[in-house]
Write a protein of this length. Structure first.
Length: 345
């Protein structure tokens, strides 16, 4: 899906404050809520705990393996296509009255000349108190603050990427395609990315998934996780065969995946929606070559990461520093909790 120079030039650097950002700050100020002393960084890239209600089957859809990865082919694919990447940085701020979440959503576009960053900053405050919610509509009352914060994060991420990801591009996303019930909204909207000829690719480095080892009789019981298994069979520069997981309860949770290993460090799982495979299936093998090349270009042997995602992560963290959440919460007079540094998502 080669992108024209005109399409690449249409992307501009941008820092966006969500429309409710300032209103949320003012609402907290008016509610006279006081602060904790520090924030907690949250990691959203892990797999969710297994869903006991989920039922499905696993099929190996490619014979053989492991397969050799080709960095030169990946470099060629990078040169012919517009590659984008998304990551985020989330900080939580727990007070007696509720919890604030400051999120920096980061999208970078790799152009021939430089990286073009687009960042969205959001701030939400959640409370179980009906009285506080009456102060302003921007103080969000919910009996499940953690669940609601994740749902709002996912909706913002989806809207941000749909609006600003350039057409005819490959979009690398740090984290699993499904990360719990709050995140299924993304898989439900994959077709909207396809309408813009955007190919979403999900990368997972931290995972307890056991789909392969529990559904392959000859290795069942021999490994702690699929990552453990992949690490045992893959040399640097190799990938596994592709597998398809079909969820019989929630069809949108079905996916196609493989594991790749570019360096001596552990493998990475690469995931695609079934709809993406139906539309772009002929590109799958080449996409893993592309990821292999991008991981080697990044040059971090201890923490292998595709370079565009590493750049997006850096922009997310640096942009977040523009907002001193602790100072903001002091201004809003929030009361701290003793467990502020112990609990997060």
């Amino acid at each position: 899906m080669p992108a024209s120079s005109r399409e690449k030039d249409s992307v501009h650097e941008r820092l966006i404050l969500h429309s409710s950002f300032r209103n949320t700050l003012e609402a907290l100020r008016n509610a006279r809520i006081e602060l904790p002393e520090s924030t907690v960084n949250l990691d959203l890239t892990h797999d969710p705990p297994p869903d006991p209600s989920s039922q499905g089957t696993l099929a190996k859809i490619e014979e053989g393996g492991p397969f050799e990865l080709h960095a030169v082919s990946g470099e060629g694919l990078a040169g012919r296509n517009l590659v984008c990447a998304y990551d985020e940085s989330v900080k939580s701020f727990a007070a007696l009255e509720g919890t604030a979440f400051l999120t920096s959503h980061s999208l970078v576009v790799a152009t021939p000349a430089r990286w073009l960053p687009l960042n969205l900053m959001t701030l939400y405050f959640y409370t179980r108190s009906l009285r506080l919610q009456e102060v302003s509509e921007f103080i969000r009352q919910t009996q499940e603050p953690e669940r609601q914060s994740k749902a709002d994060y996912q909706k913002d991420r989806l809207a941000f990427l749909l609006e600003f990801t350039p057409r005819n591009s490959i979009l690398l996303i740090d984290g699993p395609i499904i990360a719990g019930d709050e995140y299924t909204v993304f898989s439900d909207k994959i077709a909207r990315f396809h309408e813009k000829d955007i190919l979403p690719v999900f990368l997972v480095k931290n995972s307890e998934s056991d789909l392969v080892i529990n559904n392959t009789p000859e290795i069942k019981g021999q490994f702690n996780s699929d990552l453990h298994w992949a690490n045992s069979i893959l040399l640097p520069g190799n990938r596994t065969a592709f597998y398809r997981y079909t969820d019989s309860i929630r069809s949108k949770n079905s996916k196609v995946f493989a594991y790749l290993r570019s360096t001596k460090a552990g493998p990475t799982r690469v995931e695609f929606s079934v709809e993406t495979v139906s539309r772009f299936g002929s590109l799958l093998s080449g996409l893993l070559d592309l990821l292999h090349y991008l991981i080697l270009v990044q040059g971090d042997t201890r923490n292998p990461q595709a370079r565009p995602i590493a750049i997006a992560e850096r922009f997310a963290r640096e942009t977040q520093k523009l907002i001193d959440l602790e100072r903001v919460m002091r201004w809003a007079q929030l009361h701290p909790t003793m467990n502020q540094e112990r609990f997060a998502w």
